[in-house]
Design a protein around this ligand. Structure first.
Ligand SMILES: Cc1cc2nc3c(=O)[nH]c(=O)nc-3n(C[C@H](O)[C@H](O)[C@H](O)COP(=O)(O)OP(=O)(O)OC[C@H]3O[C@@H](n4cnc5c(N)ncnc54)[C@H](O)[C@@H]3O)c2cc1C
Length: 392
């Protein structure tokens, strides 16, 4: 092994680089990252926007760190093409870089809606967070009637916008495509617990709405719903999920489904080509099928695991990962595989006005859970899922 190329300098790719360097002092390691920043924590972005931590604390690495590790970081550069047969990548600068090992750690692509006048916000990276802070400051300087936000979406990032608007006293209308929060994942009861929390916190919900029309020419002035009703706002936060960059990977002859297809070792069918993090669909031995997880713990751990494999300690990747968040202080945890379609059975546990616990089973074995309002069983459920590896 002479040259490892890593597409994507997020937590998955950077962790892989760091751990490979720890085990091999001489291999050449290059990270190609289209953003212009050293590694930072996406998880901390909402805290930074709320002013709870300073900007510099969001960063996890400095440029000096890469130099000290002898990890080349090509920031602001895209991988435009991968020649998987002849084993080289082509960058946006037109360079062709040969690889012995290629790690695909590119995450996912944001779902966007058409028309993006100023005031439209997507919270994916630190540039988005900086822009949102600017928008919130402007809102604060204007008349109280102007302090209106609209959120489009009902998942993790949409929740962050709700928390942020609530924190700054910006009124908040939420437009959702489905019947409520995570409508394709949660039971009606779980959705109602979250809806009650939101409404009690002053949030106005508009459910079963198709994509709203953004109003405003250069600046957002509001959104129009399918009914014709208009909701004025000066900030529109959009959080409608991610999708894999299918056309890019297919063009490169890399198999892609809900993510880049990999086995339990995070190996693609191509020799020494691996897929890790949010962009990987790997065979999870704990749940018995190929899954994509979009959480920090999974991405970081897969970076570690792939480094081990590359350094010669090849083990199947097995981790029960989770995504913990909150809505106006109400705790929410998604653990393991919570796909309603793939589940054989979903058992409703705790079901009160302020809490809901759902357990997902396949072949009689627990593979995932969603805890809302009462997360006391998080550790036990995680351990139960971890212990059933190979039986599902
Ligand atoms: C605002 C926010 C809050 C979050 N909060 C939580 C939380 O509380 N808990 C939790 O578990 N998870 C949270 N997440 C999710 C978590 O951050 C992700 O799961 C994690 O960052 C995934 O890491 P990754 O390295 O796989 O992908 P990414 O962080 O997406 O990194 C992939 C990188 O690849 C680069 N890239 C892609 N294609 C190319 C290309 N062709 N050429 C060059 N570079 C390319 C991208 O620019 C990107 O920087 C949050 C995410 C966001 C955005």
């Amino acid at each position: 092994m002479e040259h490892v190329i890593i597409l994507g300098g997020g937590i998955a790719g950077t962790t892989a680089a760091e751990d490979i360097r720890k085990g091999n002092a001489s291999v050449e390691i290059t990270i190609i990252e289209q953003e212009h920043h050293p590694l930072y924590s996406r998880v901390l972005l909402p805290h930074y926007v709320k002013g709870k931590i300073p900007r510099e604390k969001v960063f996890m690495k400095t440029w000096e760190w890469y130099a000290a590790q002898r990890i080349e970081i090509m920031a602001g550069v895209r991988v435009d093409a991968i020649d998987i047969q002849n084993r080289f990548v082509t960058t946006s600068e037109g360079r062709e870089l040969p690889f012995d090992v290629l790690i695909l750690a590119g995450g996912g692509e944001l779902n966007v809606i058409g028309g993006e006048p100023r005031g439209t916000s997507y919270l994916r990276g630190i540039d988005d967070a900086d822009e949102l802070i600017g928008l919130l400051k402007e809102t604060g300087m204007r008349h109280a009637d102007d302090r209106r936000g609209v959120v489009y979406g009902g998942g993790f990032i949409a929740l962050e916008y709700m928390n942020i608007f609530h924190h700054f006293g910006v009124s908040c209308d939420v437009v959702m495509r489905g019947s409520g929060f995570w409508s394709s994942v949660l039971s009606a009861h779980s959705q109602s617990v979250l809806a009650r929390k939101a409404v009690d916190g002053g949030i106005v919900l508009h459910t079963n709405e198709p994509e709203p029309t953004i109003l405003g020419d250069r600046e957002v002035t509001g959104v129009r719903l399918a009914s014709g009703a208009e909701i004025p706002c000066s900030i529109l936060g959009i959080g409608i999920g991610m999708h894999p960059d299918r056309s890019f990977y297919r063009d490169c002859d890399i198999e892609i489904n809900h993510g880049i297809v990999a086995n339990e070792y995070l190996e693609t069918p191509h020799p020494s080509v691996y897929a890790i993090g949010d962009g990987a669909e790997f065979l999870d031995g704990n749940v018995g099928r190929r899954v994509v997880y979009g959480n920090w713990m999974n991405a970081q751990s897969q970076g570690r695991a792939v480094a081990k494999t590359i350094l010669g300690d090849r083990q199947p990747f097995a981790l029960v990962s989770s995504y913990a968040t909150q809505l106006l202080g109400m705790h929410i945890v998604f653990i393991g595989d919570v796909d309603r379609v793939a589940a054989h059975e979903i058992k409703q546990g705790t079901a009160t006005e302020t809490a809901s616990v759902e357990e997902f089973y396949r072949n009689g074995t627990i593979v995932g859970a969603i805890l809302i309002g009462d997360i006391s069983s998080r550790a036990t459920i995680t351990a139960r899922i971890a212990s059933n590896s190979k039986t599902v």
